[in-house]
Design a protein around this ligand. Structure first.
Ligand SMILES: NC(=O)c1ccc[n+]([C@@H]2O[C@H](COP(=O)([O-])OP(=O)(O)OC[C@H]3O[C@@H](n4cnc5c(N)ncnc54)[C@H](OP(=O)(O)O)[C@@H]3O)[C@@H](O)[C@H]2O)c1
Length: 313
């Protein structure tokens, strides 16, 4: 059935925040395609989640070349979604992708060379059936490649019209500061820094990157805001068989120590007293930080996303 977006999508609770010192407004809750949108996942479920997101004002979808599994398949899913549902809404969407981790074999499919970044983005655009992405990220810092090579490749990507804005993810603070200067001097200012900030990981607060972004007019988006599901009710009564921890290598069972479980239970009780879920409390905690533009949630069902959007009310 043809998809027609909900006409009240910009009137049903989503809030938008200016991304640093830029013209871009991002939804306070954005949707990530790292899990649940790969070739191994049921397309109709990915489609239902994406439609629900857009119908509720989530205009920003975040991808990377290697999201799947298999690698590249989340971008293929997005490409299929564009063809099936979202092509008429392209200008209402803010789509990002990244390169930086291992993507194809050999010396040119990883890290931060000009060779890799340029080829990777061309592949991403083909998989997503897009002429350009709104935002292209360096996914991680490459200590071996000269920083100028990585950054100049990014500048040139914008000049070629393949990305409108630039982002950086997971770079250390000193390299991030250099990148902000380099890109500003070339009139392709850094739009956003993507890093992990949540109730269990406060590194961007403690290493100064959140403050740096704020002071330099760069937006900040928090990935894994629910610590991959730990900061929800998902694991409070054990490990469900359909959960990321049961199925994936990224969230290991040994991470759920007794001490952590006690902490989660305590936060869950606090949340309940305020009439909230733990997920809602965790998202509100991040969004209350000055300088945070958006939280980048993942979801394996519409029901999860629906619950997470309550953090905005
Ligand atoms: N830049 C980077 O290096 C980097 C790294 C990681 C992530 N990211 C980005 O950040 C996005 C989000 O990461 P993430 O998926 O780890 O985010 P997350 O929001 O911390 O975790 C999402 C997972 O938590 C569970 N969940 C979500 N809402 C729930 C709810 N209300 N109740 C119970 N469980 C709930 C689901 O797990 P189940 O599958 O168990 O249901 C869901 O898949 C990624 O898609 C990607 O775009 C970027």
């Amino acid at each position: 059935m043809n998809y027609k977006a909900n006409e009240s999508r910009y009137d049903n609770g989503m809030k938008y925040e200016r991304c640093g010192r830029s013209g871009v407004l991002l939804p306070k809750v954005s949707l990530g395609f790292w899990h649940n949108f790969g070739g191994v996942d049921p397309y109709e479920r990915s489609r239902e989640i994406t439609r629900y997101a857009f119908d509720h004002g989530i205009t920003h979808f975040d991808l990377a070349n290697n999201y799947g599994p298999p690698y590249g398949s989340a971008e293929e899913t997005l490409g299929r979604l564009m063809q099936d549902d979202f092509a008429p809404y392209r200008d209402e969407l803010f789509i990002s992708t990244k390169a930086g981790y291992d993507m194809w074999p050999g010396p040119y499919g990883n890290w931060g060379s000009r060779k890799y970044l340029m080829a990777s983005l061309d592949q991403s655009l083909r998989r997503m059936h897009l002429d350009y992405v709104d935002l292209f990220y360096s996914h991680r810092f490459d200590p071996e490649t000269p920083i100028e090579e990585t950054l100049q490749a990014m500048v040139d990507i914008v000049r070629q019209g393949k990305a409108l804005y630039l982002g950086i993810s997971r770079w250390p603070a000193d390299a991030l500061a250099k990148a902000i200067d380099y890109l500003a001097e070339r009139d392709t200012p850094l739009l956003i820094f993507q890093d992990k900030l949540n109730m269990l990981n406060r590194t961007p607060e403690t290493n100064g990157t959140l403050e740096l972004c704020k002071s330099r007019g760069v937006g900040f988006i928090s990935f894994s805001p629910l610590a991959q599901g730990l900061l929800t009710d998902r694991y409070l009564q054990g490990i469900p068989t359909d959960s990321r921890m049961a199925k994936e290598k990224f969230l290991r069972k040994d991470m759920l120590t007794e001490e952590l479980l006690n902490q989660l239970q305590e936060w869950n009780e606090e949340a309940k007293k305020c009439g909230q879920t733990l997920a809602e409390k965790a998202l509100r905690w991040i969004l209350n930080h000055e300088g945070v533009t958006s939280v980048l949630v993942g979801a394996s069902s519409v029901a999860q996303l629906e619950k997470n959007l309550k953090a905005l009310s």
